[in-house]
Design a protein around this ligand. Structure first.
Ligand code: AMP
Ligand code: MG
Length: 443
C-alpha cells in the first residue's frame, strides 16, 4: 500500500494549526500526479476531451495555391497602371475541387456544369487572357493575381480592368497557414470546436486523448435523505451529491454514484474500499468536522492516509484530503455552499492536474466595483457569492446574492461569480474594488 507524502506544514494530520487557502491547495497539488491512461478516439467524439498527443501537420494548408475571392485569375504582366485600363479575354473557368489543368486534359468529371466549363476552356493562360475563378479554386499554373469580380466590367467573353490592382493580390499561397510538419496543437489542451475543425482540416480522423477520470461520490450523515424518501423531521435531502456529480460531469469525469453512506464504520470501510478499487478520485461531503470524522479517519488511516485541515476560509473551514493507494480522497464539508466553494477552490484545480490539463481552466480573476457593503474580519479568505455584471459604461460591477449563510444554496444558484475577499482584508464599503472570479461555465 503506497501512501503519498503530503508536504508537512502547519495543520497536517491531527495538528490544530490552520492553513491558508493557498497552503491547503499547494499541499493538495503537491500530492497529486497526472493520470497516464490514454485512448484513441474519432475526432467527432473529441470535444472537451484532453489531447494526449501533439498534433503535427501531415500536409501544407492550404495544400495548393488558391483564390481568396470570386474573380478572374490573370498575369501580373497584364495589370494596367495609373489611369490605363486593359481588356482581357476570358479563356475558361475554374471552380473549387477541379484544377484548370484537369479541365484542359479532360480529366475533370463531366458533370452538367463542368461541361459548360470544358467547352469554354481554350488552352493555357497567356498574356491578354484571364480565367474566371471561384473562391478556393486552385490557381491555374501561370496565373499569379486575382481581380475581384466586383472590380471588372464584363462584356461577353472579355473583362476590362483598371489600374488599381497589385501583383499577387487575392492569392493564398500553399502552406501559408500551416506547413508540413508544423506542430499545430500541443498535448494537454481541452479540445474546442475550432481545434477539432483544425485537426479535420489536416485529414486526421483519430486522435489520442486522455482517458476520463472516474470519480466516486457519496454523502454521509444520518440526517441526509435520498430523493424519493418521505421528508422527515430534522432531516434534509441530499443536495451535495447532485451538485458535485453535475460539476464532475461538466468536467468530463465518469461518475460512480455511491449514494448515502450511514455513519457506520463497516459500511464506510466497504464504501471506501469499493471506491478506491474503481475510481481515480473519491469525493464525499459532510462528516469532516471535529468529532464527526472518527470513522472516516479510522478507515482512511488503515487503508491509506488522511489529513484533516482547518482552512482559514469561509465557507468551507474543515476539509479532509488523503489517499487510498493511488486514489485521491477529498472530504468536503457538509454545508451545501461550502461544498461548492471547496470543490471550486480545491477539487477543481486538483482534478485538472490529474486529468493532465496543461493549463488549468479556472477563470481569471477580474476587478469589479462592489455595489454593497460586506462585513469581513481579517485572518481568513471569504468566498462570497456574487452577481457580476457590466454597467452601461462598460465597468465591471458586482453585488452579493443576499444572505450568505453556508447552508443557503440559493445564494450559490443565483450567483455567477465568487467575490474573493482576501485573507487580510477587512470590511468592504460600497463602491470599493474587489477581486471577482466568474464561474467560467462550471456552475
Ligand atoms: P457536517 O459537515 O456533516 O457537519 O454537515 C454540515 C451541514 O451540512 C449539516 O447541516 C448537514 O445537515 C448538511 N449536509 C451534510 N451533508 C449534506 C448533503 N449531502 N446534502 C445537503 N446538506 C448536507
Ligand atoms: Mg454530518
Amino acid at each position: 500500500m503506497s501512501n503519498f507524502n503530503v508536504q508537512s506544514g502547519c495543520g497536517d494530520e491531527n495538528e490544530q494549526g490552520t492553513l491558508t487557502v493557498s497552503q491547503a491547495l499547494q499541499n493538495m497539488l503537491g500530492a497529486i500526479t497526472e493520470r497516464r491512461n490514454t485512448e484513441q478516439i474519432h475526432i467527432s467524439e473529441a470535444v472537451d476531451r484532453i489531447l494526449a498527443q501533439a498534433i503535427s501537420s501531415p500536409l501544407n494548408v492550404p495544400s495548393h495555391r488558391n483564390s481568396a475571392v470570386d474573380g478572374y485569375a490573370v498575369l501580373q504582366a497584364d495589370l494596367p497602371s495609373g489611369e490605363d485600363t486593359k481588356t482581357l479575354n476570358i479563356i475558361g473557368r475554374v471552380v473549387a475541387g477541379h484544377p484548370y489543368k484537369d479541365e484542359l486534359s479532360g480529366k475533370a468529371l463531366p458533370s452538367a456544369s463542368r461541361k459548360l466549363t470544358l467547352c469554354r476552356s481554350k488552352g493555357e493562360l497567356q498574356q491578354g487572357d484571364c480565367i474566371q475563378i471561384m473562391t478556393g479554386a486552385q490557381m491555374p499554373d501561370l496565373a499569379d493575381t486575382v481581380i475581384m469580380q466586383e472590380h471588372v466590367e464584363v462584356t461577353g467573353d472579355s473583362i476590362r480592368l483598371d489600374g488599381r490592382h497589385t501583383g499577387g493580390q487575392n492569392v493564398r499561397q500553399a502552406g501559408e497557414d500551416i506547413q508540413v510538419g508544423q506542430v499545430v496543437l500541443q498535448t494537454g489542451i481541452k479540445l474546442t470546436p475550432p481545434q477539432i475543425g483544425l485537426i479535420a482540416s489536416l485529414g486526421i480522423a483519430e486522435i489520442r486523448v486522455k482517458t476520463p477520470l472516474t470519480a466516486a461520490v457519496f454523502s454521509t450523515g444520518d440526517e441526509v435523505l435520498s430523493l424519493g424518501e418521505a421528508a422527515k423531521e430534522g432531516c434534509i435531502y441530499d443536495s451535495n451529491r447532485y451538485s458535485m456529480i453535475s460539476a464532475l460531469k461538466k468536467l468530463g469525469c465518469n461518475v460512480l454514484d455511491m449514494g448515502i453512506i450511514p455513519d457506520d464504520p463497516e459500511k464506510l470501510r466497504l464504501a471506501f474500499e469499493q471506491a478506491a478499487n474503481s475510481a481515480d478520485v473519491i469525493l464525499t461531503s459532510g462528516g469532516v468536522s471535529v468529532g464527526e470524522a472518527d470513522y472516516t479517519k479510522q478507515v482512511l488511516m488503515e487503508a491509506g492516509s488522511i489529513n484533516f485541515w482547518k482552512v482559514a476560509m469561509k465557507p468551507g473551514r474543515p476539509v479532509a484530503f488523503g489517499n487510498i493507494n493511488d486514489t485521491i480522497f477529498f472530504g468536503l464539508p457538509g454545508n451545501p455552499v461550502a461544498v461548492m466553494v471547496t470543490f471550486y477552490q480545491f477539487a477543481l484545480p486538483c482534478l485538472q492536474k490529474m486529468m493532465g490539463l496543461s493549463k488549468p481552466l479556472i477563470s481569471p480573476i477580474i476587478k469589479a466595483q462592489c455595489s454593497n457593503t460586506i462585513r469581513k474580519i481579517p485572518g481568513r479568505s471569504e468566498f462570497q457569492r456574487g452577481i457580476l455584471s457590466q454597467t452601461s459604461s462598460g465597468e465591471w460591477q458586482v453585488c452579493t446574492t443576499g444572505k450568505q449563510g453556508s447552508g443557503i444554496l440559493r445564494s450559490m444558484s443565483e450567483a455567477n461569480a465568487f467575490i474573493i475577499l482576501e485573507h487580510e482584508r477587512t470590511s468592504i464599503k460600497k463602491g470599493e474594488w474587489v477581486n471577482v472570479q466568474p464561474f467560467s461555465g462550471l456552475f
